[in-house]
Design a protein around this ligand. Structure first.
Ligand code: ADP
Length: 391
């Protein structure tokens, strides 16, 4: 009796195993994303139906061949070296956005993750690659960016016209204005200026995202560049009675970098520090090599302002994001400045980050303050051809 029960249980278990392996096989075969399994040398040993659908190759053509032989990806050799280093030497998962070629020669873009599967001795048995085709999402994103670019461009002309005529009216070119008329016109003029700033920022964002902007490196003195930015904002600094502290190293090398792009970064960080610090606060700037052997110049700007709330800190470089504490205090701002600054710094292979509260202050202090850091590689920026300038 006991024996029969045991046998029955065994049968049920094996049915269950074959049922579940069938389910797994079917699920894998019909999954909408590409699933490719290769041996430890990259020879394909499994591919699901999505592989045929996305790449245009028949599975029978791919099986037993090296994966790289088919896709003819336009990615560089060094990209693949890095990928093999992660999956084969470090035995870690490689995740990225990658471009591949379909059989018909068309490029497709996908989110890829390749995981090494290890045996008990930590030896690689095979690799499992999952690919999610995001070509359509990318095309939609591009169409949206192109729309923003076109709309911003078209908006610039009527906005300039409003600006021009408002300036003429304010100057009394069409007769003397009474106080009420002047007050209304001032509002129109300021509102229009804000709109111009927003449209220009949107245009910059679209040029960065479409990659149509140019990078024009030239020998640049960073101290002079920052001084120019300070001079431009002297009125705002003075009218808020902000105390300014500067500590610029005197032995910094001249960098081969794009001064207009870095100007935008410094300009944004300084205007934020001034804007988000109450009157009579302090803004401190420094520029120096981190150490003698350093490959970067470190720029810091610290303020005694409102600070950035902890729970929103991970969103600060997002497009159009503005933290609650400043929205409640200050209506002006587009939430695009830091997004643009980060994209420019990334272009020069530098880094931008921040700390809030500043050293020595607590999050619940009235003005916890913020420090932004930018590291700029001594190598400078690489020239990039493009059709448009940022500005
Ligand atoms: P904005 O036009 O709103 O200033 P940014 O992209 O330049 O846009 O900055 C995004 C947000 O980051 C700001 O709205 C603010 O919440 C926060 N922020 C940036 N710099 C500072 C600063 N120095 N002090 C406090 N908050 C800051």
């Amino acid at each position: 009796m006991k024996k029969t029960l045991k046998r029955d249980k065994k049968i049920r278990l094996s049915e269950h195993v074959s049922y579940s392996s069938d389910v797994f096989r079917l699920a894998m075969e019909n999954a909408p994303d590409l699933v490719i399994i290769t041996d430890s040398d990259g020879t394909v040993i499994y591919g699901n139906k999505a592989v045929e659908k996305t790449t245009g190759y028949q599975l029978k053509d791919i099986m037993g061949k090296k994966a790289g032989a088919f896709w003819k990806s336009p990615m560089s050799a060094s990209y693949y070296n890095r990928m093999w280093d992660v999956i084969k030497r470090q035995k870690k998962i490689f995740r990225d956005e990658i471009q591949n070629k379909r059989k018909n020669g068309k490029i497709y873009i996908s989110d890829i993750s390749i995981s090494p599967v290890l045996d008990k001795k930590k030896k690689i048995k095979f690799f499992v690659a999952l690919e999610h085709d995001i070509t359509r999402d990318k095309e939609i994103d591009k169409a949206k960016t192109e729309f923003v670019s076109l709309a911003s461009h078209q908006l610039r002309t009527p906005l300039s016209t409003i600006n021009w005529y408002a300036e003429m009216l304010l100057a009394g070119d069409a007769g003397k204005l009474n106080n009420e008329q002047k007050k209304y016109l001032d509002e129109i003029y300021t509102g229009n200026q804000r709109m111009v700033a927003l449209v220009n920022a949107l245009l910059n964002v679209s040029r960065l995202e479409l990659g149509s902007f140019m990078v024009e490196p030239q020998p640049t003195n960073l101290v002079k560049l920052i001084q120019d930015v300070l001079d431009e904002q002297a009125v705002q600094i003075f009218s808020k009675k902000i105390v300014l502290k500067k500590k610029f190293s005197k032995t910094l090398p001249i960098l081969d970098t794009d001064p207009k792009l870095l100007h935008m970064v410094f300009q944004n960080l300084l205007s934020n520090a001034v804007k988000y610090t109450p009157p009579k606060g302090t803004v401190s700037m420094s520029l120096a090599l981190s150490n003698k052997k350093s490959k970067d110049i470190l720029f810091t700007i610290s303020d005694t302002g409102y600070g950035i709330p902890k729970k929103q800190q991970d969103r600060i470089f997002e497009k159009l994001f503005r933290a609650d504490n400043v929205r409640a205090k200050d209506a002006e701002g587009t939430g695009l400045g830091l997004y643009i600054a980060k994209a420019i710094v990334a272009q020069s292979k530098g880094k931008i980050w921040f700390q809030s509260p500043v050293k020595g202050r607590k999050p619940d202090d009235k003005n916890p303050g913020t420090t932004f850091f930018v590291s700029i590689p001594l190598k400078g920026m690489k020239k990039k051809e493009g059709t448009k300038r940022l500005g």
